[in-house]
Design a protein around this ligand. Structure first.
Ligand SMILES: Cc1cc2nc3c(=O)[nH]c(=O)nc-3n(C[C@H](O)[C@H](O)[C@H](O)COP(=O)(O)OP(=O)(O)OC[C@H]3O[C@@H](n4cnc5c(N)ncnc54)[C@H](O)[C@@H]3O)c2cc1C
Length: 428
C-alpha cells in the first residue's frame, strides 16, 4: 500500500498515477475536501501550465533536476493527462487554463478519477509523524489523528505531498518541512515567494487603489534597510543576482505594492532582505518613451502655451493617474498648485526622475497567507529526479512545493506539482 500525505495538486496526481499502475493507495488529508488550494489558483481559473520553457521561470539550485523532471513528465504529457480526465485546455498566449476556466472543475475531475480508481481518501486526517520501519522491514509507520483520535498505519511507500505554507489559510502548513528535517534531510527554511511587498511609503494611503503598467526593478545594496523614504538612491549589484526587472500592471495598496511584476520579483527582494541587504524597488511609469522623450514631455508641459494657465498637477494630466501624479509631485518637492509656467528646469527634471525612476525602500513581504509559493524546501540533492524518491530513504518520495524549487507566476508551480506527483506515483 502507498500512503500519500496531502490531497492537493501533487498528491492527487501521485495517487492517480500509482493507482493506474495497480497499487492500492490511501491519501491522508487534514482538510475536509480535496484540492482546497488548487480550487483557488489563478483567481479561480487555474493556470495549469505554461509553454515557455525558459529555465529562469523555475528558481532552484539545480536546473538539471528541473529539466529531468520535465523530460520524464512533459507539458505534452500533462495536457494529454488532463484531457483524459475530462479537462481539455485553453492556450492563452502560452498560459494554459482548463477550457471551463474554472479551477473547481479541475479539482472535481481529479476527485472523480481517484474515485473510479478506488483511491481511499481519509479526510480530517492530520499526519503528525512518519517513521521508517526497522532495517530488516521496508516501509513506514504513519501516525495521524482524526477528530483527536490518534491512529497509525503502515505503508510500503510514503509520498510527502503536503505542500508548503503559502496560502496557509487554505490548510497549507510547514508540516512536511519540519518532519523531513526531523528525519535528517537537508531542508532550507521556507520563505514567502510570489507575494506582495511592503514599502516604506509615507504617501501609501494617497496612492492606494491605483493600477498602472510600469517597469519594476528590484535592486539591493548595503547591509540594512534604514534609508529615508527618498527618491534618488541608486542600487549597487548585490551578489544575489540583482538588479532584476519585470514589466506589467502594478497595484498600489495601503501597505505597499502588488501586481504580477511585483509578485515575480518578490522572492528576490525577500531573499536579499533575509541576507540583511537594503532593498529598493524602482518604478518607471513612462517605459514606452525613451529617457529623452520622457524629459521632453515633462518640459513641454511646463513651457507650451496650451499648459501655461494650468497648475502643474493639471498640466501633467494624462501621463499617469492623478492620485499617482499628486504623489510624484510631492516626492519631487514641487507644490501641485504651482503654475506650470513657473516650474524651473530643475523641478522639471525632478518630476521626470520620479516618473521614470521612483525609488522606494522595500521593508518586507506580506505573510504566507498572501503568498502563492514558498522559497526553500527539501534540497534537490536529496532526491532522485528520475523517481522523486529520497536518496537516503528508499520508499520515501517528495513532491510539489515541498521541494526546493519555486516557479514564476504563470502555471509553473502547478506544472511542477503535477509532474513531480506523476513521477512519484508512477515509481512508488
Ligand atoms: C492563491 C494561490 C493561487 C495560485 N495560483 C496558481 C496558478 O494559477 N498556477 C500555478 O501554477 N500555481 C498557482 N499557485 C501555486 C500552486 O497552488 C501550488 O504550487 C501547488 O498547489 C502545490 O502543490 P502541492 O501538491 O505541493 O501542495 P498543495 O496543493 O498545497 O497540497 C498539499 C495538501 O496537503 C495537505 N496537508 C498539509 N499538511 C498536512 C498534514 N500534516 N496532514 C494531512 N494533510 C496535510 C493540505 O491540506 C493540502 O491539501 C497558487 C497558490 C496560491 C496560494
Amino acid at each position: 500500500m502507498i500512503a500519500i500525505i496531502g490531497c492537493g495538486a501533487s498528491g492527487m496526481m501521485a495517487a492517480i498515477s500509482a493507482a493506474r499502475a495497480g497499487k492500492k493507495v490511501t491519501i491522508l488529508e487534514h482538510n475536509d475536501k480535496p484540492g482546497r488550494k488548487l480550487a483557488v489558483t489563478g483567481n479561480g481559473k487555474c493556470n495549469l501550465l505554461n509553454e515557455n520553457r525558459e529555465p529562469g521561470n523555475y528558481r532552484s539550485q539545480d536546473s538539471r533536476f528541473v529539466e529531468s523532471v520535465f523530460a520524464a513528465f512533459s507539458a505534452v504529457d500533462e495536457i494529454a493527462f488532463l484531457r483524459e480526465i475530462g479537462i481539455p485546455v485553453r492556450n492563452k498566449r502560452g498560459y494554459y487554463y482548463p477550457h471551463s476556466e474554472t479551477a473547481a472543475s479541475v479539482v472535481a475531475a481529479f476527485a472523480e478519477e481517484m474515485e473510479r480508481l478506488r483511491v481511499r481518501v481519509l479526510y480530517g486526517a492530520e499526519v503528525t509523524k512518519v517513521s521508517p520501519l526497522t532495517a530488516d522491514v521496508n516501509g513506514y509507520r504513519i501516525e495521524y489523528t482524526i477528530a483527536q483520535d490518534s491512529r497509525q498505519m503502515y505503508a510500503e511507500s510514503v509520498i510527502f505531498a503536503c505542500g508548503g505554507p503559502a496560502g496557509d489559510h487554505l490548510g497549507a502548513g510547514d508540516f512536511g518541512f519540519r518532519e523531513l528535517r526531523r528525519l535528517g534531510l537537508t531542508v532550507s527554511e521556507p520563505h514567502p515567494a510570489l507575494v506582495p511587498l511592503l514599502l516604506s511609503n509615507k504617501n501609501a494611503k494617497t496612492v492606494s487603489g491605483v493600477r498602472l503598467d510600469a517597469e519594476v526593478t528590484i535592486d539591493a545594496a548595503g547591509e540594512s534597510n534604514d534609508s529615508p523614504d527618498a527618491g534618488s538612491e541608486k542600487g549597487i549589484s548585490s551578489g544575489l543576482g540583482l538588479p532584476k526587472t519585470e514589466f506589467g500592471e502594478v497595484v498600489w495598496t495601503d501597505y505597499g505594492i502588488s501586481g504580477i511584476p511585483v509578485m515575480q520579483l518578490s522572492r528576490f527582494a525577500e531573499e536579499a532582505l533575509s541576507c540583511g541587504k537594503k532593498v529598493l524597488i524602482r518604478l518607471n511609469f513612462l517605459r514606452d518613451m525613451s529617457n529623452e522623450e520622457a524629459l521632453r514631455e515633462v518640459m513641454r508641459r511646463t513651457q507650451e502655451e496650451a499648459f501655461s494657465e494650468r497648475d502643474i498637477e493639471h498640466a501633467m494630466d494624462g501621463l499617469v493617474p492623478s492620485k499617482l501624479m499628486y504623489v510624484i509631485l510631492l516626492r519631487a518637492g514641487v507644490s501641485p498648485q504651482k503654475p506650470a509656467r513657473e516650474i524651473t528646469p530643475d523641478e522639471a527634471r525632478r518630476i521626470h526622475k520620479e516618473l521614470t525612476d521612483m525609488t522606494l525602500p522595500v521593508t518586507g513581504t506580506r505573510p504566507f497567507a498572501y503568498a502563492q509559493a514558498a522559497r526553500g524546501g527539501v534540497s534537490l540533492s536529496e532526491i532522485n529526479p528520475d523517481t522523486c524518491e529520497c536518496v537516503r530513504f528508499p520508499g520515501l518520495y517528495v513532491t510539489g512545493e515541498l521541494l526546493d524549487m519555486d516557479g514564476n507566476c504563470g502555471g509553473y508551480n502547478l506544472q511542477w506539482a503535477f509532474a513531480t506527483g506523476a513521477i512519484a506515483g508512477r515509481n512508488a
